[in-house]
Design a protein around this ligand. Sequence first.
Ligand code: PHE
Length: 447
Amino acid sequence: MENRDQWTSRLGFIFAAAGSAIGLGAIWKFPYVAGTSGGGVFLLIFILFTVLVGLPLLLGEFIIGRTTQKDAIESFKELAPNSSWHLIGRLGMVTCFILLSFYSVVGGWIILYIIKGITGGLSGLTNEQYQEVFGQTISDPLISISGHLIFMLITIFVVSKGIAEGIEKANKIMIPGLFILLLIVILRSVTLDGSHVGIEFFFKPDISNMTSETLLFAMGQSFFTLSVGVSVMITYSSYVSKKESLPASAISIVIMNIFVALLAGLAIFPAVFSFELQPDQGPVLIFNVLPFVFDQIPFGIIFLVAFFILFLFAALTSAFSMLEIIVAVFSKGDKTKRMKFSWIIGLLIFLVGIPSGLSFGVLSDITLFDKIIFDNADYLVSNILMPLGALLISIFIPLKISKERLLEEISSGSSIGKKIFASWYLLLKYLVPIAIIIVYLDLIGII
Ligand code: PHE
């Protein structure tokens, strides 16, 4: 028997999985994608996708991981020997590689923001000045790439140290802390003059606000925030004990995720409309909006720095999971190999991410399909590779794992497992693949 690490406490797994899920996706990406893709109607579709499609997938990945107790590749090999199904795991690794390469760029922005906040560059400015400061920071090649490098170095360092000690401890303090600071921002944001317009924009589904890509983006966003379709959750649940309830963990992660996305939206949109900013400014949205809000709070700069520090942790815990799944496959439980591969792969990811980082400055003229490099990398990951991985997993599970084994695994450590089994199975087998396919048919204009 190979000696595998396990999460060291009951809550370790849930916090690590939640740490992977809650990150830039809910706090940074959700508001800006909602802002470009229809506001309230986007929120509604996002929630539907998260509950009806994302949740069954998440639970499915948990089951694969715990039943095999193997990494993203070996688990597929065990369940479907001598077949090509393990390519799902490889696809997940490639997806995480590309994902982390641009994720880290945004992680770097957060680091730069914290430094700016501490050194006094982020208070008492006007709307335009804040946007200018941020624009200058991310367009300066040396500065933005340094942020990206620091973020990757932290990620590599923690992952190279190994799973139990590396990942689980920080989450227990950081996630609750982030909730509290988000609540403070919301309190200020919703009490600003004219904030009701933003609240309405965010909560009132208006079908006429839908764009041709709203469905696709809502689906991509729900996969992105839950970290599903890339086998990360398979790897994480392979370390979990049989006494843990997988359905309860999956459900709480989904609830937390929707909750954070709601908080993030409520923090951002009222302020956007109150300050007459644009909701559809893309990836820079929260960086441009939050300093104003904090400026309106007594001792705001302290809160701003605290918020961005917690936000950085949320981003890091997600980043750890992306690097972890790749490193776990290469190192196979060997500590020296873990160290070596964390560095090799991590540094490669850093290099691959450089063009994304530069695409807000010197490479901003290089576009494909009217999008800069960063947006293309994000589109490829969120709207193509993750849904593809998700589709394949939803086909794989009913096809290759017996109902008995699934039932046993879902009920191990869980009293609700048996009760929800039938509905989970139906959703995963039928609704998930059909929903993903419909979104694509809709996108290419067939329906
Ligand atoms: N769920 C993470 C976030 O919202 C992103 C992520 C995707 C992490 C896929 C791991 C794997 O930030």
